[in-house]
Write a protein that binds this ligand. Structure first.
Ligand code: ZN
Length: 241
């Protein structure tokens, strides 16, 4: 185990790639796991653009507990440690598949959110923008937000199924992986694109991949080391870097 803190310390450009697994410690269910959001709710509706346009209330009702109820969503040791490691110059950036805002709330500065984020919402009719706090207050009072200017549908800036990823964010994430000599893939099953292929930009250039995840991933054979448990691994790192 002592090898991992050394690897991180000796790296010149370490990038973290994070998935839903790191937020389950904060009580946020993952999407595809056994107790995941997609087991409980209809995955073809929650983040589907066409469905959202026909009935935005489904998204706002279902996502209230894991997106808007931030009092119940506290950054955990993984978010905090990644933020601390960035502040001392060890981690250069975080690329995340998560939409829970926990990296930025933990203090991480350079965060690339591949699937967008609910930090802003946009009226699909007139383009008026609404910040997270405004929308969260409406959603937490069990109402569906509509545009205050034109009564249009207000959508979070999360990438829904049926929408393209933001090309600038994706380009930035790829560039980070090309620059990286060490990638920490944390709590991601590495099956959803583009996250699944991002570590390969680092590996092809001779960089090192470390995977910490409780299930197998398609990139396990490329990993220099893999560890099953995030909390144990980060408790170790905490005291040693
Ligand atoms: Zn509007």
């Amino acid at each position: 185990m002592s090898a991992l803190p050394e690897l991180i310390k000796q790296s010149s450009y370490c990038v973290a790639l994070t998935g839903a697994g790191i937020s389950t410690l904060s009580g946020i269910p993952d999407f595809r796991g056994r107790n995941g959001i997609y087991q409980k709710f209809d995955s073809t509706k929650i983040f589907d653009l066409d469905y959202f346009l026909s009935d935005p209330s489904y998204y706002y009702t279902v996502s209230k507990d894991f997106i808007y109820n931030i009092d119940n969503m506290i950054p955990n040791i993984i978010h905090k440690e990644l933020s601390r490691l960035e502040s001392i110059g060890v981690i250069k950036s975080v690329i995340t598949q998560n939409i829970d805002l926990l990296h930025t709330r933990a203090g991480s500065k350079k965060v690339f959110e591949l699937h967008g984020s609910p930090v802003n919402h946009t009226c699909l009719n007139c383009g008026k923008r609404f910040d997270f706090q405004t929308i969260a207050a409406i959603v937490n009072s069990n109402k569906v937000p509509y545009c205050t200017k034109c009564n249009g549908i207000v959508k979070p800036d999360i990438i829904f199924f049926g929408e393209s990823l933001d090309t600038q964010t994706l380009d930035n994430a790829i560039n980070e992986c090309i620059k990286a000599d060490l990638i920490l893939a944390l709590g991601t099953s590495l099956v959803v694109q583009p996250a699944a292929s991002l570590p390969m930009y680092c590996i092809r250039k001779g960089g090192t991949l470390i995977i910490v995840n409780d299930t197998e991933t398609p990139l396990d054979t490329y990993a220099y080391r893999r560890y099953p448990d995030l909390e144990t691994t980060f408790n170790e790192i905490c005291g040693l870097i």
